[in-house]
Design a protein around this ligand. Structure first.
Ligand code: FUL
Length: 463
């Protein structure tokens, strides 16, 4: 029996901590790139759906919208980035072009853009204003450029549209400084001529790699970040960062097997492709006045955090600007409340100072039992585990028990990954036992933390 210090930091981003089983050689399996790892550690990104739909009160424009309807009366991108920052978000991702084809920057390739609108007398550029605001507030910029374009006449023509799309992408990736995430939506319907487009994905990806080599590329089919399989903010459980690329061959592929592959990944997968959960703070993606009373509560946002980040995924929360070009005060207040609640709950690691009092592993090293002693008994209702994913993801079973005259189960599951946060029935405990098994090599646990969330009023509750 050996005694060791168990480093269990509140933030659990324990890249450097020396923990049981941490550094032994593992069989080589897919690992995150530097950009993917940094992406996963940022955890939270804010999505901004804005465009002609904001003014027509629709979710999907059909491409016939008159650009003159785009006229936000008080657009202030700093208000967006300040609210994002106050919410603890690290990246802002803007719909530079949604399915209606209207461009929020003055694209040289079409007149269907802010340049044909009365806003800033046709000299405005929302992408520029957001890029500047993000830089000022220390946030990263991501851009969504809808492949499906219901306005562009060349859509559905094959190469001609691919030329057009790649040229638009190039404008965005060369004109606005560093772009951290490029977001390719899977929706692919008919264009103005009734045809669907065959996208040249390898070429599109090459454009991103050439101009923004440090950006991650998101789509259902990656290649860097995958869609989590639903728009409810719920990653799968289990959720592997590894995937079998053939299971989701292209963005927009559908079917039960595709959904399952997106939700769960694949323990034997050959590519590292963590999941991102996109979900809106309101029922719709765009702002609709009728939804001002349906903004998610702080409790509900914390629930989303647990089902996304707490399941080894990123959370991309959509907060849509209004017709004024501002985030609605209710949404701004919820973002700040979300951050406050996370700080109170998750910055306080009740397991701080916990020590490993015994440690035993199986002969092959793939199973590990740890007994932990807390400095004093604490009351908690969330158990948070973290795996050292820079070396790959490998833990495939865990169980946590507490001592109460015998070992009593607290929680158990399969994958951990960057973070696994489980709500448990409120309990007070001073001794814990953690049992882990790993598919390859020893389990590389990065940390364990305990938190007290208290009663949650659940979805729909007020702030
Ligand atoms: C979907 C789109 O059709 C929605 O309008 C929204 O942009 C969402 C994030 O992705 O595929």
């Amino acid at each position: 029996m050996r005694r060791r210090e168990f480093v269990a930091a509140g933030a659990l981003g324990l890249a450097g901590s020396a923990l049981p089983g941490g550094l032994s050689a593992a069989v080589r399996s897919p690992r995150p790139s530097h950009a993917q790892l940094a992406w996963q550690r940022r955890e939270l990104a804010l999505f901004l759906h804005f465009g002609v739909n904001t003014f027509t009160d629709r979710e999907w424009g059909d491409g016939t919208e008159d650009p003159r309807i785009f006229d936000p009366s008080a657009l202030d991108a700093r208000q967006w980035t300040r609210a994002a920052r106050a919410g603890g978000f690290r990246t802002v991702i803007l719909t530079a072009k949604h399915h209606d084809g209207f461009c929020l920057w003055p694209s040289r390739l079409t007149r269907h853009s802010v340049a044909s609108s009365p806003w800033r007398r046709g000299r405005g550029d929302v992408v520029r204003e957001l890029a500047d605001a993000a830089r000022n507030d220390g946030l990263r910029l991501g851009l969504y450029l809808s492949p499906w374009d219901r306005h562009e006449p060349s859509y559905g023509s094959g190469d001609r549209y691919n030329d057009f799309y790649c040229a638009q992408l190039e404008e965005l990736l060369t004109g606005y400084g560093p772009v951290t995430e490029v977001w390719f939506d899977g929706a692919n319907g008919e264009g103005p001529n009734g045809r669907r487009q065959a996208y040249d994905w390898p070429r599109i990806h090459r454009v991103v790699r050439r101009h923004q080599p440090h950006a991650v590329i998101f789509s259902d089919a990656g290649p860097d970040i995958r869609w989590a399989g639903n728009e409810r903010g719920e990653a799968g459980d289990p959720n592997w960062c590894t995937v079998n690329p053939a299971a989701v061959p292209f963005p927009g592929a559908s079917g039960d097997q595709v959904t399952s592959a997106l939700l769960h990944g694949d323990p034997d997968g050959t590519a590292w492709r963590p999941a991102e959960c996109d979900v809106s703070i309101r029922p719709g993606w765009f702002w609709h006045p009728a939804e001002d009373g349906q903004v998610r509560s702080v409790d509900n946002l914390v629930d989303l955090y647990l089902t996304s980040v707490g399941r080894n995924s990123g959370l991309l929360l959509n907060v849509p600007p209004t017709r004024e070009g501002l985030l609605h005060p209710t949404d701004v207040e919820r973002l700040a409340g979300f951050d406050r609640r996370r700080r109170v709950v998750f910055d306080a690691d009740l397991a701080r100072g916990t020590r490993v009092v015994s440690r035993s592993s199986s002969r092959d090293g793939r199973a590990l039992d740890l007994e932990l002693a807390l400095p004093r008994p604490v009351a908690f209702d969330v158990v948070s585990l973290a795996e050292r994913i820079e070396l790959g993801q490998s833990i495939d079973r865990y169980a946590v028990e507490h001592w109460d005259g015998g070992w009593r189960p607290l929680t158990e599951g399969t994958t951990i990954g960057h973070r696994k946060m489980d709500r448990v029935a409120p309990v007070t405990a001073g001794r814990l036992r953690v049992t882990l098994t790993s598919r390859r090599g020893p389990p590389r646990l990065a940390g364990l933390a305990l938190h007290r969330l208290g009663a949650s009023a659940g979805p729909g509750a007020g702030s």
